[in-house]
Design a protein around this ligand. Structure first.
Ligand code: PHE
Ligand code: ZN
Length: 876
C-alpha cells in the first residue's frame, strides 16, 4: 500500500467552525534540518514552544501523519517513550514548563509520496506542498494557521541537486564531505506552517531585479528544469508588473531581498504562495508563442499576480483557521481580477469572470456540493478549495467595495493592513475594519459569507407617465443543511436608457435589503432599464424581457457588461426555446430561431467601434452547462444531449445567417506580423478564431481551418484550427491530429492540449478515443495535469458524451476516480465534482450515476477526500 494511503478509519470526524479554540501552545522559532534522500529523508526539528496564556491549556498535542519518529526530547531530555502516537499525531501528557524546546527527528519517504502533499519528488526534483495540512507529513507540529513562527532551514543533499531553496533570505551554503552540499535559509517573517516550502533539484534560474518604491532591490528568479529557460520571460514580466501594481494600487511593497518562483511538473493545483518561494504547476509558468495559447498567457499573468498578491493578503495577514479560507482567497482573487482588468480590458475581464462564475460557481451553488463562502463544517479541508470560496468570495469583496465606495474601500484596506499585519484573522476582523471606516452596520452583509445558494432577483416595473416604480424582490433557494434563508443585501446598479439609447438619468445603486422593496424614480420618459450593471451582485436575474428590448440594450447600453449580457441572454433564450418537455421528457422542438435575434448579434459583430475581444465574447455561445442550469430551473429535468443539439442548432443558425460577416471578420482581424501575447492582438485572434469555429461547420471553412493549421506560427491559431477541424468532424481532422502529435510528442504540456481537444469533441467517437488514449502505454496518468486534461476534461467539458444514456462513461470515470484515489486522493476528490449535476438528470441517468457514486462510496480504504465528496453528492 502506498505510504500516503490513509488508514481505513471508519469515517473522518466533522470539524466545526463553532468548535474553534485558540492553540494551547505557541511557537516562537522553528528550526528544521533536512537530510534529503528519496526513500529516507531525515528531518530534525527544533521548536520553541511557549504556553498560550489565552489558550485552553492541556497536554502537548502535535499533528503528524505518515512519519517515522526516531527520537524526541524536551529541553534536551529524551521523551520518546512517554509519547502516545496515533494516526493523526502525538500527545505528550507530562507536566511541562511554560516555555520549552522540543526536538525531534523523523524519517519520511519523498519518492513514495504520490499524493503530492508534504515533501515529494517530481521528476527527480524535491518539492513541498503544505497548504492546507501537508506540513504534518514532514514533521510533528501544531499544523494550524494561527500558530505563526520564524523559520530557519538547513538543507543537506547530494551535490547534483544544485539548487537548494527554502523561504526567506539565503544564508550560508557550501560543500559537505561525501559529494554533498548544504544551504541555509531564514525567513524573518513569522508564518504558519502551511507557507513552509523547500525545493531541491537540478534547476536553472532566469533572473531579473526589481527596485521597490522605497528603493530596495529585490532579486527575482524563475527556476525551471534545464532546457526550459526560454519559456520564462512572460512569467517574470508578469511578476514585475504585479509587484508594481500592488505598490501603486495599495501601497504594498515586497518585504524580502529575494523572490523565487519554481515550476514543477507534478502539482495538484495551479500554484502556491509559500513565503518568498512560490511553487507553480509548470503549466502556469512556461510559455512560448509556439507552445502556449493566448489563454495560457493570460492565466500565467493572473496566477503569477495572484500568488504574489498573497504576500500581503494571506501571508502577512493569514487565516485564523481553515474556515476563514475566503479571507485570503476571495480577497486575493479580487485583487488579481483587478490587476488583469488594469493590464488588459476591464470590460472583457469582467465578462470572462462572470462567465466562469456562472459556469463553475452557480453550478456548485445549485447542487449537492453547495456550501457558504465560509463553510461551517468539513471533514477534509482540501475539498473546500472551491469556486464558491474563491470566485464567489471575490464577488463578495466586489460588492463590499461597491457599497462603501472606492475611497472608503482604499481606507479600509489601509486599516486592515495596519491593524492586522502579522496576525491570523477571521472574517469578523475583516468586516469590523470596514464597519469602522464606513460607519455602516455590516451584519446583514455578513450573510453573504454564511448563506449558500445563488439568490434569485425578480423585477417589476410600473410607469405612470411621470415616474417609474421599480420593485425588486429576492429569494434564496434552499441548499444542503440550510432550508430557510434570510434576505441578503443585494446591490443593484441600474441605468436608465431613453428611446434614443442615451442615458436619461444618472446611474443608481439600489440596495435591496428586504424580501421585497420598491423605489419611485421620476424620469422624463419611460426608460429601458439596464439592471445589475457590471454584474453588481452574484445573483440570477429573473426577468422576462422581450427580444426587442434585449436587442436595444445590445445596441445601446453604455455599460459593456450589460451590453454583452443582452446578447448572451438572446442566445440563451433562443437555445432554450429549441427544447420543451413532451410527456415530461426533454425534447427538441421545431421552433425556428427568429432572424431578428441573429441579426441583433450580427449588428454588434460588425460594429468596428467595438473591441474585437468584446465581440469575440458576443460571438461565443453560452456553455452547455449554463444552458442546462437554466433549463433545469424551467423544466426540473435536463437531457444533456438535447441541450447539445439545441446549441448546435443555434450555431448553425448563426453560421447560415452570418457566413459572410464571419468570413469578413476573420479576414480583417487575423493579426499580421510576429506573435505578441498582448491583449489587443489576443482579442483579434479570439474574434478571428471564433468566426473560424463556426465557419468550420461547412466544407469551405474546414479547408480554411486546415490551411490555418498548416500555416500557423503560434499555438493559439494552431490549436483553434485543430479544434475547429476535430470538433466539426472534418475529413482533415485525423491527419492534422497526427501531424500535431508527431510535432509535439516530446512536450507533455502541449500533448495535454492535444488530448483535451479529443476529450471535449462532440463527435460520436469521443468516448472511444478517450478510452483508447487513457489506456495508451505512454499516458502518465499519475500526473494530475495529464489525467485532468483527458479524463477530467471529458467528464467536465463534454456533457453530451459524458452523459451517454447507457451510463458507460460514468462507469469508466468512476473506475478512474478509484484508481487515482489510491495514488492521489486530493486530485481524485476534485475530479469527482464532475458528478455534482447528477440530480438534474432524468430518472434513468440518475440511477446510473447514483450506482457509480455508491460503488465508489463502498470501496474499502477510500480516502477521506473522495469519501466526503461522494457522500455529500449522494446525501445533498
Ligand atoms: N493557496 C493556493 C492559491 O490559491 C492554492 C492551493 C491550495 C495550492 C492548496 C495548493 C494546495 O493560491
Ligand atoms: Zn490563492
Amino acid at each position: 500500500m502506498p505510504a500516503d494511503r490513509r488508514d481505513d478509519t471508519p469515517k473522518a470526524p466533522l470539524i466545526r467552525l463553532a468548535d474553534y479554540r485558540p492553540p494551547a501552545w505557541l511557537v516562537e522559532t522553528t528550526d528544521l534540518t533536512f537530510d534529503l534522500h528519496p526513500d529516507a529523508t531525515r528531518v530534525r526539528a527544533r521548536i520553541d514552544f511557549t504556553r498560550n496564556p489565552d489558550g485552553p491549556g492541556g497536554p502537548l498535542r502535535l499533528d503528524g501523519r505518515g512519519l517515522r519518529l526516531l527520537r524526541a526530547s524536551v529541553n534536551g531530555e529524551d521523551v520518546t517513550d512517554r509519547l502516545t502516537l496515533d494516526a493523526e499525531g502525538l500527545t505528550l501528557d507530562a507536566p511541562l514548563p511554560d516555555a520549552f524546546v522540543w526536538e525531534c527527528e523523523t524519517v519520511i519517504a519523498p519518492a513514495a509520496n504520490t499524493a503530492l502533499e508534504g515533501l515529494y519528488l517530481s521528476n527527480g526534483m524535491y518539492c513541498t506542498q503544505c497548504e492546507a495540512q501537508g506540513f504534518r507529513k514532514i514533521t510533528y507540529y501544531p499544523d494550524r494557521p494561527d500558530v505563526m513562527a520564524v523559520f530557519s532551514v538547513r538543507i543537506e543533499a547530494p551535490a547534483e541537486l544544485g539548487t537548494l531553496l527554502s523561504n526567506g533570505e539565503p544564508g550560508e551554503s557550501g560543500p559537505l564531505p561525501g559529494g554533498r552540499r548544504y544551504a541555509c535559509w531564514r525567513d524573518p517573517w513569522p508564518k504558519p506552517s502551511y507557507l513552509f516550502a523547500l525545493v531541491a533539484g537540478d534547476l536553472r534560474a532566469v533572473s531579473d531585479a526589481f527596485v521597490t518604491a522605497s528603493g530596495r532591490k529585490v532579486a527575482l528568479n524563475v527556476w525551471v528544469r534545464p532546457g526550459d529557460e526560454d519559456r520564462c520571460a512572460y512569467a517574470l514580466d508578469a511578476l514585475k508588473r504585479a509587484m508594481r501594481w500592488d505598490e501603486e494600487k495599495y501601497g504594498r511593497e515586497y518585504d524580502l531581498s529575494v523572490f523565487n518562483i519554481v515550476a514543477v511538473d507534478d502539482f495538484n493545483m495551479g500554484a502556491m504562495e509559500n513565503k518568498g518561494l512560490n511553487i507553480f504547476n509548470s503549466k502556469y509558468v512556461l510559455a512560448s508563442p509556439q507552445t502556449a495559447t493566448d489563454r495560457d498567457y493570460e492565466l500565467i499573468e493572473s496566477i503569477v499576480a495572484h500568488e504574489y498578491f498573497h504576500n500581503w493578503t494571506g501571508n502577512r495577514i493569514t487565516c485564523r483557521d481553515w474556515f476563514q479560507l475566503c479571507l485570503k482567497e476571495g480577497l486575493t482573487v479580487f485583487r488579481d481580477q483587478e490587476f488583469t482588468a488594469d493590464q488588459r480590458s476591464a470590460a472583457v475581464k469582467r465578462i470572462e469572470d462572470v462567465r466562469q462564475l456562472r459556469a463553475r460557481q452557480f453550478r456548485e451553488d445549485a447542487g449537492p456540493l453547495a456550501h457558504p463562502v465560509r463553510p461551517d463544517s468539513y471533514r477534509e479541508i482540501n475539498n473546500f478549495y472551491t469556486a464558491t470560496v474563491y470566485e464567489k468570495g471575490a464577488e463578495v469583496i466586489r460588492m463590499l467595495r461597491l457599497l462603501v465606495g472606492e475611497e472608503t474601500w482604499r481606507k479600509g484596506m489601509d486599516l486592515y493592513f495596519e491593524r492586522h499585519d502579522g496576525q491570523a484573522c477571521a472574517v469578523e476582523d475583516w468586516l469590523k475594519v470596514f464597519e469602522d471606516v464606513s460607519g455602516r452596520d455590516l451584519s446583514q452583509f455578513k450573510l453573504w459569507y454564511e448563506q449558500a445558494g445563488t439568490p434569485r432577483l425578480r423585477v417589476r416595473e410600473e410607469w405612470d407617465g411621470r415616474a417609474l416604480t421599480l420593485t425588486l424582490s429576492q429569494r434564496v433557494p434552499p441548499t444542503p443543511g440550510q432550508p430557510d434563508k434570510k434576505p441578503m443585501v443585494i446591490p443593484v446598479a441600474c441605468g436608465f436608457l431613453g428611446q434614443s439609447g442615451d442615458e436619461i438619468a444618472p446611474r443608481r445603486l439600489f440596495e435591496l435589503t428586504e424580501a421585497e422593496q420598491s423605489w419611485r424614480i421620476e424620469l422624463p420618459e419611460r426608460p429601458t432599464l439596464s439592471l445589475l450593471r457590471g454584474f453588481s451582485a452574484p445573483v440570477i436575474l429573473e426577468r422576462d424581457a422581450d427580444p426587442a428590448e434585449r436587442a436595444f440594450l445590445l445596441a445601446h447600453d453604455s455599460d459593456p457588461f450589460n451590453r454583452w449580457q443582452a446578447g448572451a441572454a438572446l442566445a440563451a433564450e433562443a437555445i432554450a426555446a429549441q427544447t420543451a418537455l413532451r410527456d415530461g421528457v426533454p425534447t427538441l422542438t421545431p421552433a425556428p430561431i427568429a432572424p431578428g435575434v441573429v441579426e441583433a448579434l450580427g449588428k454588434a459583430l460588425r460594429d468596428e467601434t467595438l473591441d474585437p475581444a468584446f465581440r469575440a465574447l458576443i460571438l461565443a455561445p453560452p456553455s452547455e452547462d449554463e444552458i442546462a442550469q437554466a433549463l433545469f430551473d424551467r423544466d426540473g429535468v435536463v437531457d444533456p444531449q438535447v441541450v447539445h443539439a439545441a446549441r448546435e442548432r443555434w450555431k448553425d443558425a448563426l453560421t447560415d445567417a452570418l457566413a459572410d460577416d464571419l468570413a469578413a471578420l476573420r479576414a480583417l482581424h487575423r493579426p499580421v506580423g510576429p506573435y505578441s501575447p498582448e491583449a489587443a492582438d489576443a482579442g483579434r485572434r479570439a474574434l478571428a478564431n471564433g468566426a473560424l469555429a463556426l465557419l468550420a461547420r461547412r466544407p469551405q471553412g474546414q479547408a480554411d481551418a486546415a490551411a490555418q493549421f498548416a500555416a500557423a506560427d503560434n499555438m493559439t491559431d494552431k490549436l483553434a484550427a485543430l479544434t475547429a477541424l476535430t470538433h466539426n468532424g472534418a475529413p482533415q481532422a485525423d491527419e492534422a491530429l497526427e501531424a500535431f502529435r508527431r510535432q509535439w510528442a516530446h512536450d507533455p504540456l502541449v500533448m495535454d492540449k492535444w488530448r483535451m481537444i479529443q476529450a471535449t469533441s462532440p463527435q460520436p467517437d469521443a468516448f472511444a478515443r478517450v478510452k483508447a488514449l487513457s489506456e495508451a502505454e505512454d499516458f502518465q496518468w499519475r500526473n494530475p495535469n495529464r489525467l485532468r486534461s483527458l479524463v477530467g476534461a471529458f467528464a467536465m467539458a463534454n456533457p453530451a458524451r459524458f452523459h451517454a444514456a447507457d451510463g458507460a462513461p460514468y462507469r469508466f470515470y468512476a473506475d478512474w476516480l478509484l484508481r487515482m484515489d489510491k495514488v492521489n486522493p486530493q486530485t481524485a476528490a476534485r475530479m469527482a465534482g464532475a458528478f455534482e449535476t447528477w440530480r438534474r438528470l432524468d430518472a434513468g441517468r440518475q440511477a446510473l450515476a447514483r450506482a457509480q457514486l455508491q460503488r465508489i462510496a463502498a470501496e474499502p480504504g477510500l480516502s477521506r477526500d473522495l469519501s466526503e465528496m461522494v457522500e455529500r453528492m449522494l446525501d445533498g
